[in-house]
Design a protein around this ligand. Sequence first.
Ligand SMILES: NC(=O)c1ccc[n+]([C@@H]2O[C@H](COP(=O)([O-])OP(=O)(O)OC[C@H]3O[C@@H](n4cnc5c(N)ncnc54)[C@H](OP(=O)(O)O)[C@@H]3O)[C@@H](O)[C@H]2O)c1
Length: 307
Amino acid sequence: MPLATLFKSKGPTGFGANSTAEDVTAGLSLAGKTILVTGCTSGLGAEACRVLSLRDATVLGTARTQEAAERACAALPKPGVGYPCELAEPASVRGCVEAIQRDGHRLDAIICNAGIMALPKLQTAYGYELQFFTNHIGHFILVTGLLDALADDGRVVMLSSMAHGNAPAGGIQFDNLKGERGYSPWANYGQSKLANLLFARELQRRFAGTRKTAYAVHPGVIHTNLARSMGKLTDFALSIAAPFFLKTIPEGAATEVFAAVHPKALPLAGQYLADCNLGKPSNYAQDAELARRLWAVSEEIVRSLPT
Ligand SMILES: NC(=O)c1ccc[n+]([C@@H]2O[C@H](COP(=O)([O-])OP(=O)(O)OC[C@H]3O[C@@H](n4cnc5c(N)ncnc54)[C@H](OP(=O)(O)O)[C@@H]3O)[C@@H](O)[C@H]2O)c1
């Protein structure tokens, strides 16, 4: 347990910053549950998959390639099923949706965990800034494509970040989604994580009258491969800082797993969670109109992409 979480108290759910994914699932049997996790090859996604399968869930893990997904899923305590899903490639995401539908899975939870962070220079996919496209649009296609496969009480968990507070003025720059009018690695990462949060909020609104729920989570700050684009020096500095200031990977995976399976998450539906309790979202993150507009614009973007 790092110093960062050693003295933190637990919140009303009984869990806190130093709870691990194993802690939040202790005593729960997930037998009969099927849970889809994007980004099963590394970091928090790999740990979430491990713990969910340890509790007997059937894990469907996605990765950029079939081979990577199968390799990661075969290594789980209860081997899962791997699907290719390159989030920056709409045809791959749609292929993943079709394969999951074809295989007849009924999903008890979808954890949208995969992501990229702080790309130093502007990169694009289909003309859109790559962090927005990968983190938000890729998951938008996946989740909206799988809504019919979601169980009646199914849950959708979006990996956001406290970095959603770094989003630019206006929150989502609808007139600069391609990045051509200015790009900043952190503001654009923040925008993509705000988009993840607003998507969960709008999804919860659309789930009204059903037992389906949606959540956005901040996992904490954890040294994973996420920092890979920030260079070797930063990676080295993070590895030195990690034991003192950062959460461990098992602690980092706790909040997404809590949101996906724990009964105590249900009263928190539609909210932004951190340390397995209510978090503090930014003002933009609470803007229902912004969330509706983002959904409408995302639909337009998806319609405009090649089929
Ligand atoms: N670590 C933190 O401190 C932190 C803080 C706040 C939020 N988060 C969020 O937590 C989530 C998990 O991050 P992590 O720390 O576990 O990072 P990680 O170790 O880098 O894992 C990210 C996963 O996403 C996958 N991925 C990336 N781009 C993809 C693409 N285009 N298509 C398909 N899969 C892709 C990666 O696959 P490859 O290995 O093949 O690239 C990997 O499996 C992210 O959404 C991140 O924004 C993390």
